[in-house]
Write a protein that binds this ligand. Structure first.
Ligand code: ADP
Ligand code: MG
Length: 909
């Protein structure tokens, strides 16, 4: 049995939010399985499961499932709180077709709660690793429950009818988009169900509320009470009869009711015990404020949560708050009480949370919820996004996360949520030093920069560089319409110098400040004083009256050439109320504006605030650069929304079966993995239509000469290329192992002797290729990130690729649009479009290469890295003249498999 088949347990949520543990059945489970059949199934269920076969059928089935492991049989059990509630198994019955017969049993008391579906999802996952192509079942036609489960699965179901029996066949296709959607929808619903106790609790207990004033527990207890929680709140403290003047209870079990949520503020050593006590009492969610847990305490805490179906925020959390009038829970020990509103805030670090809440308070922005995630053992940013997406109150999400537990899942969720709600984050841990800090500061390791940026962009998340920028951007997005995706900004000021600074700031932030069209400039001249400048920036001069300013703003805001307006005002002494008058022009505008306006008031005291304008709130900044960055983020968001959510791109060729065979054969020879040789590299890439030039690998001189003669006809200008080969080679040209431009036999012979002379016995022959026509050298590849899964990378290639460091990455699978945007993000993008007189790179051809790489990575979890460098894009299309592929032994990590976060270091199932 391969090492990967140890019966590890994974936990996942049932439809109602209950946590179920899923693992392979083994000999120790025999009695439990027999008990499930004989005492937890009704006579009817038993008959449907065993077709009314002999009375010994349950015992035989239990024996078979719980025998020592067999490669052709997979049996999974689902446990809730230690009780076996269901089993699903499949046994290979037709190895040629890859058909495995499916059987299921769910305890009567647990039916219709998603047990069978969850089991089949996990069974299908395990079955695919064993080469099982389809699940088949002979079922009684009246067994509606099973038919429903199979139909709802999301996979195609083929049925044949035969005398009251239905023969069902369900082909397993891991990439089936319907299946993936169905799994995801189920996961989302279950996640939301499980979070209700945390985010809409009806009763709350504070465990460890101490008598000591200023203690965390007491502070939280007071805040919950003072800020008007709508349900009962109880203090638990075995050592005190009263806390903060109210009676305390000796234990959770002794409370007058069962709280949905318990806030734990006990010392680290007491946390696992307190969690267990809560679980036994029926608590459904925990917020753990305690920090400094040892690894063992942490593991036991998470175990208690999983066993008792409790979701958990923390440990090391500052707490949570909800302003929903039906809840009004303020269970955090940060500074101020969060104002009610519609922005949701999740932070990993409590300190950042306090700073962020303070700035939002300046702005007068209220929150729907505030969650300090702390060390994120369980509840993650992803869980919260799904909740806020559906809570009907939240219209803006602010996140400060230092790491992603399951970034591929997060990216998927964010991609969907950002279509309707802006999601802003601080890209924390951008620098190596920052990452070091993030890693030591929270338990989770932080993710590298390229990947984070790829993730954010792809997911439509607005990633700012600081908390200040986050708040600046939120201030704009909350209050103003989105700008046009072109990003053309008109800058207006009543003092020319400030306008110039603002125009510079806009350009530096990536916005356009185009010269205004003639008609607009003419119209502006008619309303402004004679000395005014009407190019862009527009300088109204200090002499402009409020009415003139207003007319100018209206003209600009209504003109189709303008996507956004930045208005910078300095107080002037020329009108009655020198400090207010120019401003009045801004706040007076019409009730609706087509484009957003950001104001810059150089004399304002806070960096950002909201002015009450006639058409709503108007964000006003003290610094033009802050306004420019906020506008730039808004333009990015507009662009994101303007791009349709496109399907995953499919390569023209994908021979997954052959590719998997190649990988298995290689890993059978080299169990530790390594680089593929030239022949296997070519074969594997060929399965995905990846265009590696003809590459002949020969060991001796006659073979090499013959290969060169064969290929010179196809080479550019009749030339060939000779490259020394040795196993596990990485950089050839650096080792002097590449000789290009060879024309004659003598050239080839001389080059070969030269290579031999320098590399000696290390050489295991040489590779001969036709010389490619000159063109732009690109790099296209895939890297598997342990955290993110596969990333597709595109960059400027050739031997100088590392020095140039011009690369962009996207998470696989790429969508149709990722294909278009990936090349556009390179600094070298103009070269791809055909600057410098060269023909533009064939986009369709590049698209196919990227789609092939994306699919290669998804199909083959063992692919550690693959790189085409250079991929030469020239007049003749595109050809890779160098490719490297490295494989590693590893099992499929399926980001679509529903499972809760596991304690670090435990193996995947
Ligand atoms: P490595 O990347 O290991 O140093 P490559 O095989 O990529 O070796 O070769 C280095 C450079 O030589 C390439 O970037 C390319 O410029 C050139 N080159 C290699 N093979 C060919 C070929 N078949 N046709 C044209 N140029 C080639
Ligand atoms: Mg190369």
């Amino acid at each position: 049995m391969p090492a990967t088949e140890r019966p590890t347990t994974v936990e996942a949520l049932l439809a109602d939010g209950t946590t179920a543990a899923i693992r392979r059945l083994g000999p120790a489970d025999r009695d439990a399985v027999f008990g499930l059949y004989t005492t937890h199934l009704s006579a009817d269920s038993l008959r449907l499961r065993f077709f009314g076969a002999s009375r010994r059928a349950p015992a035989l089935a239990a024996d078979r499932l719980c025998a020592p492991p067999r490669p052709d049989l997979i049996g999974l059990g689902a446990w809730v709180d230690g009780e076996l509630v269901g089993e699903a198994d499949c046994e290979l019955v037709d190895p040629a077709a890859g058909d495995a017969e499916l059987a299921l049993a769910v305890a009567d008391a647990w039916q219709h709660r998603g047990v069978a579906t969850l089991l089949i999802e996990h069974l299908a996952h395990a079955a695919r690793d064993r080469g099982i192509a389809a699940l088949v079942a002979d079922t009684l036609a009246e067994n509606r429950a099973v038919h429903q489960v199979l139909t709802d699965l999301g996979l195609p179901v083929h049925r044949r009818f035969r005398q009251g029996e239905v023969l069902v066949r369900v082909p397993l296709d891991e990439n089936d988009p319907h299946y993936r959607d169905a799994v995801e929808t189920r996961g989302r619903a279950a996640g939301i169900a499980s979070l209700a106790a945390l985010l809409r609790p009806r009763a709350v207990a504070v465990v460890g509320a101490s008598r000591r004033p200023g203690s965390v527990g007491q502070a939280v207890l007071r805040k919950i009470r003072q800020n008007g929680f709508t349900g009962p709140v109880w203090a638990v403290n075995p050592h005190a009869a009263t806390v903060a003047g109210e009676p305390a209870h000796a234990s959770v079990a002794a409370l007058p009711g069962v709280p949905d949520l318990a806030v734990l503020a006990v010392p680290p050593a007491a946390v696992p015990g307190a969690a267990e006590e809560c679980g036994l009492a029926g608590v459904r969610a925990l917020v753990v404020l305690t920090s400094g847990l040892t690894a063992d305490q942490g593991r036991r805490l998470l175990h208690a949560c999983r066993r008792h179906s409790m979701r958990m925020v923390g440990p090391n959390s500052l707490g949570i708050a909800h302003t929903d009038p039906a809840v009004r829970l303020d269970a955090e020990f940060g500074g101020a009480h969060p104002l009610p509103g519609t922005a949701a805030v999740a932070v990993q670090s409590g300190g950042v949370g306090i700073a962020l809440m303070e700035r939002l308070a300046w702005l007068g922005t209220g929150v729907s919820a505030f969650v300090s995630l702390g060390d994120k053992y369980d509840v993650s940013g992803n869980d919260l996004l799904q909740w806020w997406e559906a809570d009907g109150r939240t219209d803006l999400v602010l996140l400060h996360l230092e790491s992603f537990g399951n970034p591929r899942a997060f990216a998927r969720t964010a991609r969907r949520v950002t279509r309707t709600i802006p999601v802003l984050t601080v890209d924390a841990g951008r620098s190596a030093a920052g990452r070091r800090g993030a890693a030591s500061h929270t338990a989770a390791a932080a993710t590298p920069t390229v990947t984070r940026q790829a993730l954010f962009r792809q997911a439509g998340i607005t990633a700012t560089r600081s908390i200040a920028e986050l708040v600046d951007t939120a201030a704009l997005l909350r209050a103003q319409p989105l700008p046009g995706a072109r990003g053309s900004v008109a800058v207006v000021s009543n003092a020319g110098g400030i306008g110039i600074l603002a125009a510079d700031a806009c350009t530096e932030a990536g916005l356009h400040v185009p010269a205004l069209p003639d008609d607009l400039a003419r119209a502006l001249r008619e309303v402004l004083p004679a000395a005014a400048a009407t190019a862009n920036p527009v300088d109204t001069t200090a002499a402009a009256t409020p009415a003139e300013l207003r007319a100018c703003i209206d003209l600009l805001a209504d003109h189709p050439a303008v996507d956004a307006l930045l208005v910078c005002l300095v107080p002037t002494a020329l009108v009655d109320r020198p400090d207010r008058a120019p401003l009045q022009a801004l706040v007076d505008g019409p009730a609706h504006r087509r484009v957003p306006i950001a104001a810059v008031l150089l004399d304002q005291e806070t960096p950002v605030r909201h002015l009450a304008a006639h058409h709503g709130l108007l964000p006003s900044y003290a610094d033009p650069a802050a306004a420019a960055h906020a506008l730039a983020h808004a333009v990015d968001r507009a662009r994101h929304l303007a791009r349709p959510d496109t399907p995953v791109a499919v390569p023209a060729t994908a021979d997954t079966g052959t590719a998997r065979g190649l990988v298995d054969a290689f890993l059978a020879e080299r169990p530790d993995g390594g680089w593929l040789d030239p022949a296997r590299t070519a074969d594997l890439l060929g399965c995905y239509g990846l265009p590696l030039t003809t590459t002949l690998w020969e060991r001796d001189e006659p073979g090499i000469l013959a290969a060169a003669r064969t290929l010179c006809g196809t080479g550019h200008d009749g030339q060939v290329v000779l490259k020394a080969y040795w196993p596990d080679q990485v950089h050839k040209s650096a080792a002097g192992a590449v000789r290009t431009g060879l024309r004659t036999d003598d050239d080839v012979r001389d080059a070969l002797h030269d290579l031999r002379g320098r590399l000696g016995d290390r050489m295991a022959g040489a590779v001969v290729q036709p010389m490619a026509a000159p063109g732009l050298e690109l790099l296209a590849g895939v890297v598997q990130d342990e955290v993110f899964g596969p990333l597709v990378v595109l960059g400027l290639g050739g031997t100088a690729t590392e020095a140039l460091d011009d690369r962009c990455a996207r998470l696989a699978p790429l969508t149709e649009l990722d294909h278009d945007y990936l090349p556009a993000e390179l600094r070298a993008a103009p070269l791809l479009r055909g600057a410098a007189g060269d023909p533009p790179v064939d986009r369709g051809a590049l698209h196919q290469v990227l789609a092939g790489l994306s699919r290669l990575a998804l199909d083959l979890p063992q692919l550690a890295e693959a790189e085409l460098n250079p991929l030469i894009a020239g007049r003749g299309g595109r050809t890779a003249v160098d490719a490297r592929v490295r494989l590693e032994p590893r099992t499929a990590f399926d980001p679509h498999l529903r499972q809760l976060r596991r304690w670090p270091g435990t193996d995947a199932p």
